[in-house]
Design a protein around this ligand. Sequence first.
Ligand code: 5GP
Length: 191
Amino acid sequence: MPISNSKLLLFCGPSGSGKTTIVRHLIKTFPELSFSVSATTRSKRQNEVDGVDYYFLSVDEFHKKIENEEFLEWEEVYENGFYGTLRSEIDRIAALGKVAIFDVDVEGGIHIKGRFGKNLLDVFVKPPSINDLHHRLVARASETTDSLDKRILKAELELTYAHRFNHVIINKDLNVAFAEAEKLVRAFLQK
Ligand code: 5GP
């Protein structure tokens, strides 16, 4: 089936908004979904697995893939922190007969929206406030002070793009956010 005829799910929002947690929950809830594993040049966190959470690449390897046009979209999300969706992921997931679910930054999300249009469920996940986002990123303890500051600065800009997405979930209470996301996905998959 051509890519454009497959249903796809897109979750965007600032780092620390909780979108990855929501995406993981949806994958457990709906067996027909399959996570689109992105490539990145950032270093692996302790709990992450190569090929499951991300394909961890060197900057050189990432640039080779850009040259070979292997990405559907890619962004330098942070300075020297490249992230991208591989075309091969879409084929891999289509071959499984599953629906791809993307967890990307806001710029990447806007690209994917432009590319797939009508077969896409697009959701922007918003933290209740920047202050709240700051607390979450500190609690996650995955960032250095420099990286944390960069993420907060970027989040302020990203929040101004929420209106470009068809659905917005405010992640104040995770269980409420899960329920809202499930409702959207169930309706979309049944269409
Ligand atoms: P993290 O380093 O926290 O895993 O991710 C940082 C940001 O990069 C998050 O907003 C995440 O959604 C985004 N991201 C992950 N994969 C991709 C991708 O393939 N493309 C783009 N544009 N952003 C991505």
